[in-house]
Write a protein that binds this ligand. Structure first.
Ligand SMILES: Nc1ncnc2c1ncn2[C@@H]1O[C@H](COP(=O)(O)OP(=O)(O)OP(=O)(O)O)[C@@H](O)[C@H]1O
Length: 665
């Protein structure tokens, strides 16, 4: 330790300083962490494998890739609804066939009209063909309606299935993954774009198939008229398609750049809009500052949007100019063929019709191909993200955690949060026994909550072991372990559900309750009086965001949270500063109920608290400092020792004494 790192001596009973003194902050804040190179924010998480390679594909690669995309979407549709998928394919093929027959009949009509003989005879001769054209077009319209109807069945099912799978996977990833900002960016992107485009891509693939079949049909007709006509077709259409594909790629790259900013903008919008932030925002008069920041980021997104729009417009113009030249060349060649007598005039008229139809189909194909290609990237991104989430799930194998536990032993446990250098826990060893209540105390950031989360199986120790009755929890199914532990946190979740559902949630249900145990739990925590005052008692909705909802005070929420923890009735109960916001009477009642009167012989209770008066009666007190346990023992032992605990306890006791003294004068 250098001289600089020496802790400063304690003065006036204030705990000694443990790190270098902090210098004053700068007078002006930078305009935010998103300044500079945007891609800094987008560097991949260490478990991330997404490389955006799809965005760098060439036109040829896109065409090669399309069958794979179609297959993938087909698989999604197949999984969602087999019958509808088969119907979709059959109806689509039928509609394409009708288009091709309709075109052939139209060419035949032109043939009749431009043929030899008097005009009335030619028109009369063409009538049956005209009726045939009408019949084919009517059949195509019916089949297309069938395609739309079937699509309406399949698409929502795909979206629902994917969304459920997405939420199922993300809600279960290991806790440390959720701490990673990059994971959140990926999750946001997959949710915002992937799920959105997954819904659209079915329709686009159907349109793509329809355009492809249309091309085949018209190409067949053109080949019948003259094979050279097919070779001329791509001249007018490919430049437009290539431009569309280039601009799709630029859009994808751009979105990757502003995705992180977009997420931050939503955060600002939400802070400005949300009920939870409303009071403090107004009291701090921070609306203007937040609005300015919101504006600053949206202005950057707008700049990026404009840059992209201009780029796309230039590409589209170039594509169209080249396509126009191509069309001109096609018609010149057709005219030369007619002049040279390679084709009769009647066939020429049919050829113009077929070329126009083919151009229409090909342009549609290119247009849709670029959309499908772009959107498939997002769907791929979503599927890749889901795949990644699968590898980030907690252990789903191993033995189930025992229903009861007599002893939990932490053996030299260390834990370091991802991305951090200093361990939050550093060689912690302890033994917790059933029937005992132990307390974790120590300064802020000393590792108490981390230790409780390791005990709860939410974090796996980096080294060392947590053993339940001698068995290492590393070999146990993580969810079964979490089922055996009940955690009450200082900032508990305010579920926007009924009061009863807020209690039953700890047993993984919002609809089923054990009435007797629910009443016992709320009575022990003092939440019974809170619920008794609600207009619809147990059924009252606890959220002002919804009509008829009620809001609770922080202390009332804390009582509900303690009740939720007790209702779980797990063999391990971890209370992480649960009473910090309760009034002294309520706090006392909770400790009476949880720690003394209702103490259960088979339960291990861990209490984390900064109010040392509440830990006096605990069987053992562990004092944490910088991730280590620096003292342990009963209150009396620790007081006799005269170490950190005695110092902190005396400090708090003196503060009360001083208060009493002042009141007495
Ligand atoms: N999710 C997290 N990601 C990264 N670091 C974290 C995370 N949670 C806590 N830490 C860090 O780990 C260390 C221990 O934190 P922990 O929450 O366990 O302390 P604590 O003793 O419970 O503090 P407090 O009394 O303030 O609740 C701290 O340095 C903290 O900054």
């Amino acid at each position: 330790m250098t001289a600089d790192e020496q802790p400063a001596p304690a003065a006036d009973g204030v705990p000694a300083q443990r790190s270098k003194p902090l210098g004053p902050p700068p007078a002006r804040l930078g305009s935010g962490p998103d300044d500079g190179d945007l891609t800094d924010e987008l560097k991949e998480a260490y478990w991330s494998v997404y490389d955006g390679a799809a965005a760098n594909a060439t036109l040829g690669e896109i065409l090669v890739r399309l069958p794979r995309i179609v297959r993938r979407v087909g698989e999604l549709a197949w999984r969602a609804d087999r019958r509808a998928t088969v119907a979709l394919v059959v109806l689509q093929l039928g509609s394409a066939a009708m288009s091709a027959f309709g075109l052939m009949a139209s060419v035949a009509v032109l043939h009749q009209l431009f043929g030899e003989g008097p005009t009335p005879d030619r028109v009369r001769a063409a009538v049956p063909q005209i009726l045939l054209v009408v019949a084919f077009l009517a059949a195509r319209a019916l089949l297309e309606a069938g395609v739309s109807l079937t699509q309406a069945h399949v698409t929502p099912k795909i979206r629902t299935a994917l969304e459920r799978e997405f939420l199922q996977l993300t809600a279960h990833v290991r806790l440390e993954v959720v701490d990673d900002a990059d994971w959140h960016d990926d999750a946001y992107r997959a949710h915002d774009r992937g799920l959105f485009y997954a819904r659209q891509i079915v329709g686009q693939v159907v349109a793509l198939a329809s355009a492809a079949l249309g091309i085949l049909g018209t190409a067949g007709v053109l080949a019948a008229l003259h094979p050279l006509l097919i070779a001329l077709l791509p001249l007018s259409v490919l430049p437009v398609g290539a431009a569309a594909i280039r601009s799709a790629r630029a859009r994808f790259h751009s979105f990757r750049r502003w995705n992180a900013l977009q997420r931050r903008v939503r955060l600002f919008s939400w802070l400005l809009l949300d009920r939870d932030s409303a009071a403090e925002l107004r009291s701090d008069t921070a609306q203007r500052a937040l609005l300015d920041e919101h504006h600053r980021i949206t202005a950057r997104i707008a700049e990026e949007d404009t840059r992209l729009g201009v780029h796309s417009a230039k590409l589209a113009l170039t594509g169209r100019a080249l396509g126009g030249v191509g069309t001109g060349v096609t018609y010149v060649v057709l005219a030369l063929m007619l002049v040279a007598g390679w084709m009769p005039l009647a066939a020429g008229a049919g050829a113009v019709l077929a070329i126009q139809a083919a151009q229409g189909s090909l342009t549609r194909f290119m247009d849709v191909a670029h959309l499908v290609y772009e959107h498939a990237m997002w769907v791929d991104d979503l599927l890749a993200f889901q795949e990644r989430c699968r590898s980030l799930q907690p252990r789903r194998h191993g033995s189930a955690a025992p229903g009861k536990v007599a002893e939990i032993e932490l053996r030299d446990v260390s834990y370091t949060y991802p991305g951090k250098e200093a361990p939050a826990l550093n060689g912690v060893s302890m033994t917790l026994r059933a029937g005992e209540t132990v307390a974790f105390v120590g300064v802020n950031g000393s590792g108490k909550s981390t230790c409780s989360k390791v005990i709860a199986g939410l974090y796996d120790p980096g080294s060392g072991a947590v053993c339940w009755d001698g068995a290492d929890t590393a070999g146990m199914d993580a969810e079964s372990l979490q089922n055996r532990v009940s955690m009450v946190l200082q900032d508990p979740l305010h579920y926007p559900f009924s009061a009863l559902a807020n209690i039953t949630a700890s047993r993984g249900t919002l609809t089923e309750a054990e009435p007797r145990q629910a009443l016992d739990a709320v009575t022990a925590s003092g939440a019974d009086q809170v619920i008794a005052q609600l207009p619809q008692k147990w059924r009252t909705l606890l959220s002002k965001r919804f009509k008829g909802g009620q809001e609770l005070s922080a202390g009332q929420w804390a009582k509900i949270a303690v009740a939720r923890g007790l209702y779980k009735d797990a063999p391990v109960l971890l209370l992480d500063e649960p009473t910090a916001s309760m009034d002294p009477k309520a706090e006392h009642a909770v400790y009476q109920a949880v720690l003394r009167n209702k103490r259960r012989a088979e339960r291990i209770t861990v209490l984390i608290s900064h109010r040392l008066a509440s830990v006096v009666e605990c069987d053992r007190i562990y004092v944490f400092d910088a991730g280590r346990i620096v003292e342990s023992g009963t209150h009396d032992e620790l007081m006799a020792r005269g170490g950190d605990y005695a110092e902190m306890f005396t400090l708090q006791a003196d503060a009360y004494q001083a208060g009493t003294g002042a009141a007495g004068h």
